[in-house]
Design a protein around this ligand. Structure first.
Ligand code: CP
Length: 307
């Protein structure tokens, strides 16, 4: 089994058959992760660097656990504490690391296109773990895996992506993946946080009323407001955002139907999600995190050339 691409830079470059292959392979790895001995020798002798220029909790730990479960040799790099502070460029940093015989690089960077730049200039396989506001492909794959597992498929399922769509690489990867796999997609939030071109470019519905969006969907994938990426005032206050777009149990109970709630994390409790939803039976949030390890094992295995 092989993918039609050497790197995973974005969902944009994946064919639907590749997405299917990754999700099916992840099913097998999820089964491995239920065993008493959760380790397989698939990536023995493969060396992977996790190169994180931007903060992460879930993605970095998830990749590291996936690599260890596959018996790869791993090295972790974070920009803080490195020679980046002395002025070393991205390319110099990576070429120095690669001269130590590294096969694969998992990379997160605040600049859109940073992993694409690396893929053009270095011989290793590059996996994008989030680049600026562009893409976060493994998050979309683990979200799709979680929906497929819960609802039995993606085709025809209704997914509403709610919140700060404008600054979200999770939204961009999810929209593209879900549309490729035949799901119906809605984006919902304040008009100032939804790019105008989305409906025409990707064929998604746009909704500004939260309750209408929740009544329409099978799954709501809720995003946080990314204040760190905003350089202008796009809504009045977090309090007002929460009143219009925050999801709580009272609102879910008023829908008269059951929906599933997803969130890529980190959650801003009391802003986009209240704890009575985040910690309830509606929530798939910790299942998403669990599934992330199996999905990343599948991506690493399929791109390693060992499959
Ligand atoms: N979902 C996600 O990317 O979380 P982290 O920023 O903690 O990796």
């Amino acid at each position: 089994m092989q993918l039609g691409t050497r790197h995973l830079l974005g969902i944009r470059d994946l064919a639907s058959a590749d997405i299917e292959t990754i999700l099916d392979t992840a099913v097998s790895f999820k089964e491995v992760l239920q065993r008493p001995i959760k380790k397989v020798p698939s990536l023995r002798d493969v060396t992977i660097v996790n190169l994180f220029y931007e903060n992460s909790t879930r993605t970095r730990i998830s990749f590291e656990i996936a690599e260890k479960r596959l018996s790869a040799d791993t090295v972790n790099f974070t920009a803080s504490g490195s020679s980046v502070s002395k002025g070393e460029t991205l390319l110099d940093t990576v070429n120095n690391i690669l001269s130590m015989k590294v096969d694969m690089v998992v990379m997160r960077h605040s600049a859109t296109g940073a992993p694409h730049f690396l893929a053009r200039h270095v011989p290793a396989t590059i996996i994008n773990a989030g680049d600026g506001i562009n893409e976060h492909p493994t998050q979309a794959l683990l979200d799709a895996f979680s929906i497929r597992e819960k609802l039995g498929g993606l085709e025809g399922r209704r997914v509403a992506i709610i919140g700060d769509i404008m600054h979200s690489r999770v939204a961009m990867s999810n929209i593209q993946l879900l549309k490729k796999m035949g799901a119906e997609v809605m984006v919902a939030g304040p008009p100032t946080l939804i790019p105008k071109h989305l409906a025409e470019a990707f064929g998604v519905r746009v909704e500004y009323d939260l309750k209408t969006a929740l009544q329409w969907c099978d799954v709501a994938n809720v995003l946080r407001i990314q204040l760190e990426r905003q350089n202008q005032v796009l809504f009045s206050t977090l309090r007002e955002y929460s009143l219009a777009y925050g999801i709580n149990k009272r609102l879910l109970d008023s829908l008269g139907r059951q929906i599933h709630i997803m969130h890529p994390g980190p959650i801003n409790r009391g802003v986009e999600l209240d704890s009575d939803v985040a910690d309830s039976g509606h929530s798939l949030i910790l299942e998403q995190v669990e599934n992330g390890v199996a999905v990343r094992m599948a991506v690493l295995y399929l791109l390693s050339g060992k499959s």
